[in-house]
Design a protein around this ligand. Structure first.
Ligand SMILES: C[S@@+](CC[C@H](N)C(=O)[O-])C[C@H]1O[C@@H](n2cnc3c(N)ncnc32)[C@H](O)[C@@H]1O
Length: 274
C-alpha cells in the first residue's frame, strides 16, 4: 500500500529538528533502534564492509550501526559522529575504543581522505543540508573508497511501522503529507544525490530489516516518546485524535506478539580521485 502522508499540513505541526532526537537513548532504542540490529547487518553486507577497513558512521545515534562496524573491523578502525550529545555518550559507552564525536554531517571534523568507507544510516533525510552532508562524506573518504547511505522506504510504504502509523494519522488529518518529503525516502533519490555529488560507480537497491514486538503496547508506547517525525506528529494531536490513531493501528495489527518488516533504500558510490 502506498503511504505518502504528512506532518506539515493540516493541524499537525512541523516538528522541530532539534527536538526530534532530543530524548534519551533508551527511548530511541525502543522506538527505531529495535530495527537497527537487522538493518545494520543488511546495510553493511550491501556496502561490503570487511575487516581491515577504516570506517566512519555519520549520524550514529546511540550506536547500533557503530556496533556492527566495530564487530567487523575492530573499534580502533571505527569513527562515529552525531549532533545529539546524549546519543554520543551512549554510542561511546556501547562502543569503547571507537572515536565517537559530537557534530554534524555538514562539517565533519576529520581530514580529507581519512576513511575507506563512510556510511550513514537513516540520517540523510534529517540533515539540514543533505547536499553538503554528502559532499563532506565524500571528502573524508579516500579516493577509491566507498560512500553509502540508507533511508526507510516511505514512498512505497515498505517500512511497515511507519506506514501503519501514518495511514492511521490520515484518518484524522487527511491532508497530512508525511515523511515522503525527507531526502532519501523515495526509490533512487540517494543514488541521484550521490551522482550529483560526483561519486562514481553508484549502485542502489533496497535492504530489509525487522523488529519483534511483544504486543500492541510494545508497538504503541514508544510513539509517545516523541522520537522522529512520527513521534513529534503524535504529540501535535489532541487526546481524542491520538486515541483514534492508536485504535486504528491496533485494528491493523494482530493480538499478541508479532514481527514487522521494514525496507530501506540504499546507495553506495565510489569517491573519485581528486
Ligand atoms: C533516525 S536516527 C538514525 C540513528 C542511527 N544511524 C541508526 O541507524 O539508528 C537519525 C540521527 O541523525 C542525527 N542527525 C540529525 N541531523 C544530523 C546532521 N545534520 N548530521 C548528522 N547527524 C544528524 C540525529 O541526531 C539522529 O541520531
Amino acid at each position: 500500500m502506498r503511504s505518502v502522508v504528512g506532518i506539515d499540513q493540516g493541524n499537525l505541526q512541523e516538528p522541530n529538528g532539534c527536538m526530534m532526537f532530543a530524548g534519551p537513548a533508551d527511548h530511541y532504542d525502543r522506538f527505531m533502534g529495535r530495527y537497527t540490529p537487522s538493518l545494520a547487518v543488511a546495510f553493511t553486507d550491501a556496502v561490503g564492509v570487511t575487516a581491515g577497513r577504516r570506517v566512519c558512521d555519520v549520524g550514529c545515534g546511540p550506536g547500533g550501526l557503530t556496533r556492527e562496524l566495530v564487530s567487523r573491523v575492530g573499534p580502533a578502525n571505527v569513527a562515529a559522529i552525531d549532533p545529539a550529545p546524549q546519543f554520543v555518550l551512549a554510542c561511546r559507552e556501547r562502543n569503547p575504543g571507537a572515536d565517537v564525536r559530537e557534530g554534524v554531517a555538514e562539517e565533519l571534523p576529520w581530514p580529507t581522505g581519512t576513511f575507506d568507507i563512510t556510511l550513514s544510516s537513516l540520517v540523510i533525510g534529517f540533515m539540514t543540508d543533505p547536499e553538503r552532508g554528502v559532499h563532506e562524506m565524500r571528502r573524508v573518504t579516500r579516493p577509491g573508497g566507498i560512500v553509502a547511505a540508507c533511508m526507510w522506504d516511505i514512498s512505497h510504504g515498505g517500512m511497515t511501522m511507519l506506514r501503519l502509523f501514518w495511514t492511521a494519522v490520515r484518518r484524522v488529518e487527511p491532508t497530512a503529507a508525511g515523511e515522503a518529503r525527507l531526502a532519501g525516502t523515495s526509490e533512487g533519490d540517494i543514488a541521484d544525490r550521490f551522482r550529483r555529488a560526483g561519486l562514481t560507480d553508484v549502485v542502489d537497491g533496497s535492504v530489509r530489516a525487522e523488529a519483534p514486538y511483544t504486543d500492541f503496547d510494545d508497538f504503541w508506547t514508544p510513539f509517545a516518546f516523541g522520537v522522529g517525525p512520527s513521534g513529534q506528529a503524535l504529540l501535535s494531536l489532541s487526546d481524542e485524535q491520538k486515541d483514534r490513531v492508536r485504535e486504528t493501528c491496533r485494528d491493523a495489527l494482530p493480538a499478541g506478539s508479532f514481527t514487522l518488516d521494514a525496507r530501506a533504500w540504499y546507495a553506495r558510490g565510489t569517491a573519485p580521485a581528486v
